[in-house]
Ligand binder design. Structure first.
Ligand SMILES: [Zn+2]
Length: 434
């Protein structure tokens, strides 16, 4: 369990200048924060290191901020490969049918399996949107990483369902006030095509009233935009939500793929957080021309997510970073598009900013969410920068250890409880036999 603690860890001789140089440092972690970063070899034995500090020799390794996966449906980790080569509308109808058979046990074990994978691929914070969210919360917290758990509104214009969801949401919010584990409660409505206008407004008001983030799917497909224009007097989904007064800097808009110039202007002015999910978009043939430069220049905060495993098939943020950059460079025919420094920010600091969390950077005072990457393999046998090799050459299995909130959640590729998670997840798989 994540609780406040005061143990200290000293990482010695670790590469911290990951962009270009070779500067190595000692990093002192006290409790859940990075207390001190100093040139390698200067902290050990100094008066700054408390007695009883655990020292970890990191020669040959590099420190990278833990990834912030800004859009996923964790428990869908047990739905990989069940809907392949299918168009979006058919895909989502089938998914909803399958989801009607799930229970909290499925979500608990599905989230555990997802978090196991997230830890092994370097994610320390994730923004989740799924059913039975108390079970997802419990699963993530037990494993020591930081979830953002939303209550998802999806009423499909059914008033009785809307009333049930409002009551359930009020109860869950009240419960979340007792969370003391570093996780965050948020609001979500699925999308404009699956939620009534009344409930879009209710969800947005609830989020504002309680200072909560609002996590939505937005302009994911061209069909969504076309249907919205027909239903709402020519307005795009972005224009429609702006007319309702929903968009602001607390909104996390997954996909944001099919946008007009006016949409980009609105998302920029409202400082909306737009989450790019390239693997999901490309696989479901929703599109690939994500308007990264345009959104960034307009003032939107662009982040990266994986989406759920029913469409993206894995939760690997390193893979999502690489694919994002490759698609940007390719469709723009511009090899300078989405440069490495911006790519890393989109996968770390920008997500932290969207959530208002003090993570996504390796700096004194920040939360100690650190990936320890082993460079002693062929992928890093190069005079090129660490980051270039990490993103474009290596795979996430070069992530040797992961620290979240000042605690090791993986050491030398070992995650506690791995076998039990695989066993538990296998048992609930029968709920989705296809
Ligand atoms: Zn999604």
């Amino acid at each position: 369990m994540y609780t406040y603690h005061m143990e200290a860890i000293l990482l010695t001789d670790i590469l911290t200048d990951i962009f270009s140089g070779s500067a190595r440092s000692d990093i002192l972690i006290k409790g859940d924060r990075i207390a001190r970063i100093a040139p390698a070899g200067t902290l050990r034995g100094s008066g700054e290191v408390p007695s009883g500090t655990r020292t970890v020799d990191c020669a040959g390794k590099a420190a990278v901020p833990g990834f912030v996966n800004m859009h996923t449906h964790a428990a869908m980790s047990l739905m990989r490969g069940i809907q392949e080569d299918v168009q979006f509308t058919k895909w989502i109808d089938n998914i909803w049918k399958i989801e009607s058979r799930l229970d909290s046990d499925f979500v608990y074990w599905g989230t555990k399996a997802a978090v196991l994978e997230m830890i092994m691929t370097g994610t320390t914070t994730f923004n989740d949107q799924y059913w039975f969210s108390p079970a997802a919360h419990r699963a993530a917290v037990e494993m020591g990483i930081r979830p953002v758990i939303s209550y998802v509104v999806l009423d499909k214009n059914n008033e009785e369902e809307a009333r049930r969801q409002m009551d359930q949401c009020e109860r869950m919010y009240a419960e979340s006030l007792s969370w003391k584990d570093g996780s965050m409660f948020a609001m979500a409505f699925h999308a404009i095509y699956s939620v009534s206008e009344k409930m879009i407004l209710w969800t947005s008001d609830f989020a504002r009233k309680h200072s909560l983030k609002l996590h939505i799917h937005l302009s994911e497909t061209s069909g969504e935009v076309k249907d919205c224009r027909e239903a709402h007097g020519g307005l795009t989904p972005v224009e429609y939500l702006d007319r309702l007064g929903v968009l602001d800097e607390n909104v996390i808009a997954a996909h944001s793929l099919w946008l007009t110039d006016n949409d980009i202007d609105i998302l920029g002015r409202r400082r909306v957080n737009c989450v790019h999910n390239i693997n999901s978009n490309a696989k479901l043939a929703s599109g690939y021309r994500f308007l990264y430069n345009e959104l960034r220049d307009a003032g939107a905060n662009v982040c990266i997510g994986t989406d759920g495993c029913a469409s993206s098939n894995n939760l690997d943020m390193l893979e999502a970073m690489k694919t994002s950059a490759l698609f940007q460079k390719a469709w723009r025919m511009d090899s300078a598009a989405m440069p490495l420094d911006e790519l890393l920010s989109a996968a770390t600091g920008n997500g932290a900013k969207a959530l208002g969390m003090d993570t996504g950077r390796i700096e004194e005072g920040a939360l100690a969410d650190i990936l320890i990457v082993d460079t002693r393999n062929t992928f890093f046998l190069s005079p090129g920068s660490f980051l270039a090799n990490f993103v474009y050459s290596a795979h996430s299995d070069c992530i040797d250890s992961v620290i979240c909130g000042g605690r090791f959640v993986m050491e030398h590729r070992e995650v506690a409880g791995r076998e039990e998670i695989l066993e538990g997840a296998r048992k609930v798989l029968k709920q989705i036999t296809v």
